[in-house]
Structures are given as structure tokens and as C-alpha cells.
Design a protein around this ligand. Sequence first.
Ligand code: B3K
Ligand code: ZN
Length: 883
Amino acid sequence: MKNAQAQTIYLKDYQQPAFWIDTVDLAFDLFDDHAIVTSKVQYLRNAEATATELELFGAELELQSITLNGYELTDKDYALEDESLILSNLADEFSLEIVTKIYPQDNKSLEGLYQSSGNFCTQCEAQGFRKITYFLDRPDVMGKFVTTIRADKTKYPVMLSNGNLIDSGDLDEGKHFAVWEDPFKKPAYLFALVAGDLEHVTDSYTTTSGKDVKLEIYTEAHNIDKCDHAMQSLKRAMKWDEDRFGLEYDLDIYMVVAVDDFNMGAMENKGLNVFNSKLVFASPETATDNDYTNIEAVIGHEYFHNWTGNRVTCRDWFQLSLKEGLTVFRDQEFTADLHSRAVKRIEDVRSLRTLQFAEDASPMAHPIRPSSFMEINNFYTLTVYEKGAEIVRLYNTLLGQDGFRKGMDLYFERHDGQAVTTEDFLAAMADANDMDLSQMQNWYDQAGTPTVDVTMDYDEEENSCTLNLTQSYTTTPEANAEDKKPYLIPIKIGLIDVSSIKPGKELLSETIQLTKQTQSVRFKGITAKPLPSLLRDFSAPVKLNYDYTTEETIFLMQHDSDQFNRWEASQRLAKTLMMQMLEDKAMGKPIGVEPEVISAYQQVLMDDDLDNALKAEALTLPSENDLAEAMASTEHKADPEAIHEVRELILKTIASSLRIPLENTYGHLINQLSAEEYSPDAVSIGKRRLKNTCLAYISQLNDPAVGALIYQQFSQSLKEGGNMTDTLAALSCLSDMQCPERDQAFADFEAKWEHDTLVMDKWFVMQATSSLPDTLDNVKVLMDHKLFDMKNPNKVRSLVGAFANGNPVNFHSADGSGYEFHADRVIELDAFNPQVASRMARALMNWRQYEPGRSELMRAQLERIKAIDGLSGDVFEIVSKAL
Ligand code: B3K
Ligand code: ZN
């Protein structure tokens, strides 16, 4: 039975279900090696539906009994298929009781009901509920759930589900029970259950309207001291959503449970979020600045889903971006409002460009609202999430923050308690602002990153300046470039005075709306030829081209009033240089770095106007993966070895040319930081980031003393009062160096942290991403490490994922060994966790970007995976689309 699940589902085929549901009564009897699930559901015929049969979805279930209105059915009364249970000739209203037997202890797909560290937990989005019982498992079917849990009291003292606890007590044989009632109607994907031996921390929050909400975070006992940051983040999120969107929490209790085995980051189940423990636990010694920031963002994200996702949900899974794009936009704004807006924007755009643009250029390119899929889990993508958030941001840019808020208010007024579509969101934004936004629809229907080419004409006599803009498209699986419709693209611009009198003075700043394929915009009263600053704040997810000279780019780097575009200029400078070097190298010409580039970076380092975090961002060169994407569109195609070499050469040149200012900045920041206690606020984070960026440059110096210097930071950071940000910054330098301190540092780290599995994930990542040539062999050895476990997704991501995605030079080793190793892991994982396997398989997706030798080796591995008997639909979709 090969790829039995690989069937394409189309948005155009959407039909309402034949029945709606009212109440859902669930009872779970949890045993040591199985669970019995009894579900009682009230069904009501949907008069608007064309279908008449009741089609329930189920997967990997042992059906025990079905009872219709109190009468037990025999197998002649229903049709039981591989993944469905169909009943016909039904009345307009009836109750159905279904009993299923399931095996959570053996469930390694981590979908449905499963165990993590011996505790029960669930993951139902998108279609995991059908692994629990036969159900109308689709997001447009919503019911009121009451959940009873019965289990051994000693092994599972804590038993949680959605909503409020309405009853609990003891039972015979050492068991106990708990009954939870969720007063809000919800689709099955938001159901959650947790049962185990857990501790919790408690706090409370009083909403603006005076409602007291109990807040609880549950974890295994040994991590209970690391929940404070998550708790404080939750309270900040609750407050922010009230202030910015007027949205209050709606239940008496909000619970978060941290588990070690989780396929992704976290899940917004109503009132009972389940989190990957990596996104909950933080202490200065164990978590980096990035961990602190991510925890706050994801705690916020899941909390914000309570309105954008739960109260208003998706009609079908094609609408996923309706809740995800919107909720990512909300969490981005939360972080921007609380910390540095410019830094947040830079980070988000950096990752959008590296990862989402690559997806848009890959065979998996899809619109933020896809029109078809085989496996919905494959569409929890950067496109749906991150590009989706950029499209939501477009409304905010076009309508202003107040207009956007009006649109949100109308959206909730119209759709609270409903399952809706992205068209409904667009309509609320347009209607609330009395604006025609119909062209926005093209962003939902078309895939690929548009390109905007800009030229400027200056008319000295008329004192006018004209910008000529053209948008163009790429061919993507759903449409040819020439058939695509123009997008509505807001482009924030500034015109800057470059004359010697007032260099950097802003002559004009505004937002242009590009709506046609080609358009010219004329500005009057511009008394001297200006320098345009374009796409400020990255006002739309496009690739913008303007033919800047190196001097102009450096000028913008120093003078643009838009912080984002100053950073943008720094990246353009480096990227243009590296692309030129790659071209020269391919043509056999000598390569080198021009002095004006070096001095531009020196200016960044010395600039008193720039804060530390922004300096660090500007000094961070585009990644090897970014360059691979850029090089893919040249005649040479991407050559990871050449890219690595060129990038290293620039790093080394900057390091040796700017050695003194780098060392001074490093020393100066060490002094400042050593007088402070660790705090994850934006200012302190900025200091550490700049300090560690300097350290990374210093590590490039050809000087035997450097290893000792880095090791000093490393060992200092392991001591009392040290922090993980500094530990990892030093370790990541050492990891790329051939020096005696390297092995010592890895050994020290292991000795200190081997008891903490989450911290050890970082140790695996550092080794997997080393650019040293023996890395793959080391990764293979680490697969046998006592803490490594293929069944644990965090471990897989830390070793296998980090090697494939964070170590281009070794993964893309010319002999194909990296690809072969990776394909073996995909195949191994697919046997028990198709979701994670399919994520991993994507590393081979962009094989067409690479030079012929590597490209062919990658393709061969995709073919090998595709030929596996019994391959999951998840992986099949990825590899078949890739090929
Ligand atoms: N909604 C979940 C993601 C579910 C992924 C299912 N494969 C987390 C989030 O986006 O908040
Ligand atoms: Zn989400």
C-alpha cells in the first residue's frame, strides 16, 4: 500500500457538512498501555448542505461500539473505511455514542493523544482529533465540549482539559476523575487534554473590565523554577491585547503546559495551551537572549490566537493564514511595541528573505491561501505564516493603525463565534474604512515574490523628480508569470538631499501605492537631484531593484532617517560585493575587498547615532544561504564552497582591518556588562549582541591568542552570574576553529549541562553547524550520544536539522555525503513521525538552485526517498513536488 494518503484536496470543492453538532461529551479512561474514548455527540441536519450522509473522520482507531439514539449498531449499519466512518439514512436530529480504543503510549507521530515523559498530552491541529475518535474533524464544525478524564491518581495527579473545571473526585482502585467544561463552541482542532505528574506555578491577571483570571504554567518538577519569564510574558500579552486591540480574555483560567516532545513550537488550544518546553523555560544560565525574546513572542502568539483563531476561526484549512498571518502580525507588533521596533523589523525581514523568499522560489511555492494540498500539515509554512503576516501588515500600512483597528473591530463584530474565510477579513477591513481593497485579493491567490524595478528621472528646470516603477512576477506552480495580475503594493519612500549643504536632509517622505504593472509618480518642488530611499521599513514583501552606486549605498547607510533602510543599505553593500567576488572567482579573476567598504563598516562601528543592536545587525553579513539564493539566478548557479570562501574572506578582511576598533568595542562592552546583572531588556540585549558580533569578527583573526580570548569568555560565562548568550556566542566561534580550546569548551559544556536535555540541544546545534571538514563524521557519532533521540523532535532539529539547514558548506559537500546522510534520516523518521520527516525533507527541495554536480546528487536522494514503499503522504507530497 504505497502513498495511499496522497490525494489532492481542492479549495474549489469546499462543501458545507451534512450535519452540524451541538454538544460533545467526551470521556477518557487512561490506562498504562491504552486509552478508551467515549464520545457522545448531538447532531443536527444542515438544511443548506447538498450531502446527506454523515461522514466522520478517523485514523488508527479501534472501533469498540457505535450507539445511535441508545441503540447499538452492527457493522451492517455503517460503512467503515480506512479513514472514515459513514452513516446514511439518518434523522434530522440524533445522538451518537462512539467508543474507540487507542494506544497513546505507542504514538510516536506526536499527533492525537500521546505521551511525553510519561505524561499524556494532545496535539489536534490540524487533523489530530481523528486519531482520538471518529468525528466531524473539520474547522467549520464547532461544538460545546464537556470532557471527563479518569486515571490513576498517583501516576496522573493532574488532569486538565479546555475551559473550567466543574467537578472532580476520587474513584475506586486508586483512580480519580475530573470534568472540564468549555463554554465556548470550538472546532475539534482546539481540543486538548493533559494528564500527568506535573507541578505548576500560579499567578493572576485582572482584565480591564474587572474579571479575575487564574494563570497556571505546568511542567515536570525539575523545571518549575524556569517558568517566571513565560508567566510575566503572558501577563504582558494580556495587557497589550487590551491596550492595542481592546481584546480581553474570556475564561476564568488560562493554562500553559510545557512538554519535551512536541512537533512544533506551541498550540493555542482553548484555555489550555500546550508548549514545546523550549518555548517556556528560561533562566539566564540556560536560555539565550534569543530564547527570552522567542518565549515572550510565542507566549504572546498563542494568547493572541484566543481571538484571532479561536473566537473567530477558519472555515477550512485553506484559510489557515486567516488566523496565522494575522496572529503573527499581532505577535510582531507586540514585540515591536515592547522592545525595539527597528530591530524587530530587521530580524523579521532577514528571516522572511532567507527562508520565505526561498520557499517562494521553490517547487513548493504557494499563495498564502493555497488552492490545493495533499497533506495540510505541509502548509504550516513560512508563506502562510510570515508572508501572511506581511499581507496583514499591508492593511495596517494602507489604512494606518486606527483604520486597521476599525477593520479588526468590525471583523469581530461580524464574525465572533464563526468559521470564516480570508475574503471575510478583507471585506471587514474595506467596509470599516469605506475603501475598495479588492486588489488585495491578488496577494491571497498568487504565489511567488514580486519584483519591483525602480528608476528615477530628475528635471532640473521643473524642479521635479519622477519615480518610474514596474512590477513583475515569476512563474509558480499555480500560474505563469504572464498570467499574473498586478498587486497593490504600498511603497514607503523618502527623497534625500545629497547636496553638500545639508547632507541627509529629508526632502520628502510618503507612501506610494503601486497598483498597475507600470506606473510613474512625479514629485514637485524638489530643488536638487535627490537620492531615493525606497521600500522603507520593508513596506511590502517584494524584491526591489534600484541601481545604486556604491557611494550612494554607503551614503544611505550613514544618513537615511529610516533605520530599517540604513540596515538595508549595509546588507546591499555586502551582498553586491560578495556577488561580484563570486562572479570574479568563477571567471578565474583575483578577488579582494575594496577599502571604501571596510571604512563603511568602520563608520557603523563608530557611529554614535546608532544603538548597539542596530550596529550589530548592520555588521552581520548576509548568510551563505542568502547568497546561494542570489547566486542561483546567475549562470553559474549556487556553489556553496565558493560562497563560503568568499564570505570568510570578507569576514577576515574586516576583522584584520578593523582589529583595533573591534577589540576596543568588545572590551568596552565587557566592562559595561560586567557591572550589570543579566537582564533580557532591549538595551542589554543590544550590548551583548554587539559585543558578541565583535567577538565573532575577532575569531576570524589569524592569531593563536584568539582561541584563549574566546575560551576566556566561554569559561567566565559558565561561572556564577554568567549567561547562556555569552556561552553560546563563544562556543559558536570555537566550534569553527581548529584550536586546543575547542574540544575543551565542548567538554566543559557537556560536563556542566548533561543533566539538562534542553540545554544540551544547543550543544548538538553548535557541533552540527561547525564549518570544520570532519563535521558530518562527528554528527554521525553524536547520533549515538546517550542524550540523542530520533523520537524527540527537538533533538532531530538540533542535530539533523541544524546540519542540513545551518551548515551549507558541509551539507552541500561535493561528494554528496551530506545529502545521503540526510535522506537516510528522512526515511528513518518517516516510519514514525511523518510531520517531522516532511519538514526535514524540505532541505533537499531547492536542488535546482545548485551547480549541476550537487544538483544531480540532491535530485538522486529525492528520487531514493520517493521510491520508499509505504512512504507517508506528508513526505510524498514534498518529494514529488520537488521533483
Ligand atoms: N496553530 C499551531 C500550529 C499547528 C501546527 C499543526 N501541524 C501553532 C501556532 O501557529 O500558533
Ligand atoms: Zn499560530
